[in-house]
Design a protein around this ligand. Structure first.
Ligand code: GLN
Length: 198
């Protein structure tokens, strides 16, 4: 399984390491020819407005949309979740997303003053204890369409009940950053999901 990590901005190295530890052949994707050489893609955490802008500038925006339409498995964490949303709330006016998951995602939803927030999240379909989920200026999912599986919600605290993990077909997204905590279960889940798709 060759899994690319979109390497325009964000925590690319952490995703490469997580994917490698899950047995995938991981590589960076910065140009369309590199996209052609992968079976699946991770869109990392970072800043979605920057990833949006650079993906257009690097000629990757339309090719990624086309691969998504053709069924390529994609996992997005945090900014990557925003990039997979059909609708962005509190986005910049010129911000675009690859889209694919019929959901409305609110940027920086956990509050402007709160830079980061940590809490337990149970993800359906992934065994073991709740994730120690790390949210950094994170979005949450405000609405989902009928085809979206809600996989996880914040379990405690002010944001209790907020949707933070979803799947639609071959697209997976989390508002938190499993790549930062050393818990490889989400990446393993994605690599298996991508294997089953391919
Ligand atoms: N707030 C960022 C954005 O809008 C996401 C933050 C993150 O990926 N940690 O893209």
């Amino acid at each position: 399984m060759r899994v690319g990590v979109l390497a325009l901005q964000g925590d690319v190295r952490e995703h490469l390491r997580a994917l490698t530890e899950c047995g995938a052949t991981a590589r960076t994707v910065r140009r369309p020819t590199e996209l052609d050489e992968v079976d699946a893609l991770v869109v990392p955490g970072g800043e979605s407005t920057t990833i949006s802008k650079l993906s257009v500038e690097f000629g990757l925006f339309e090719p990624i949309r086309k691969r998504i339409a053709d069924g390529m498995p994609v996992y997005g964490s945090c900014a990557g979740m925003i990039m997979l949303a059909d609708e962005i709330l509190d986005g910049r006016p010129d911000q675009v997303s690859f889209a694919g998951i019929s959901m409305a995602v609110r940027r920086n939803a956990f509050g402007r003053q709160v830079d980061s927030f940590e809490g337990p999240v149970v993800v359906d379909g992934i065994d073991g204890p709740p994730f120690h989920a790390v949210f950094i200026r994170a979005p949450w999912v405000e609405r989902v369409g009928a085809d979206v599986e809600v996989l996880g919600r914040v379990a405690a605290g002010d944001a209790k009940g907020r949707i933070v993990a979803v799947r639609q077909g071959n697209l997976l997204a989390t508002a938190f950053h499993p790549e930062l905590t050393g818990d490889r279960r989400v990446h393993r889940f994605f690599v298996e999901m991508a294997g089953a798709a391919g």
